[in-house]
Design a protein around this ligand. Sequence first.
Ligand SMILES: [Zn+2]
Ligand SMILES: [Zn+2]
Length: 133
Amino acid sequence: MKKVTGGCDCKNVRYEAEVEWDGCISCHCEQCQKIHGIYKPMIVVNKSDLKITQDKGLAWYESSSDNKRGFCKDCGSAIFKRPNDDAAAMSDKIMPSVWSLDDTSPWKNELNVFCKFRGYYYNMPDGEQKEIM
Ligand SMILES: [Zn+2]
Ligand SMILES: [Zn+2]
C-alpha cells in the first residue's frame, strides 16, 4: 500500500488515501471530456481507504444514475468520480483524478478506456491505443 495526498487547486478540498496499485486508467468518454477537458486520468482507490480531510469546497454533481463527480465549487477543479454504493460497477471504489495528487510523478498510464469517443483534437500515440471499450 502506498499513501497519497491530494486535492484541488485552492486547497478547499483535500484528501488522503492508501492505494494498492500504482497504475492509472484514462477514460476518454464524452462525459469525461466535458468535465475534465480532454480525458480523465484517474487512480482507483477503495472507498474505505480514502479520507476527505478538507471538504469546505467540495460539491457533488450527479453525472449519471450510477455515479457522482466531486469537484471544488471554489476553484472549479474536478477531482473525484464516485460510483454510488449500489452502482452496477465499481461500487466500492472512488477514482481521484491523477492531476489532483500532490505528487503525480510515480503514476503511469496503463489503460485507456472508451478510446473511440476521444476528441478528434487528441492524437493518441499508437502505442497507447487499447480499444478495450
Ligand atoms: Zn478548490
Ligand atoms: Zn469517462
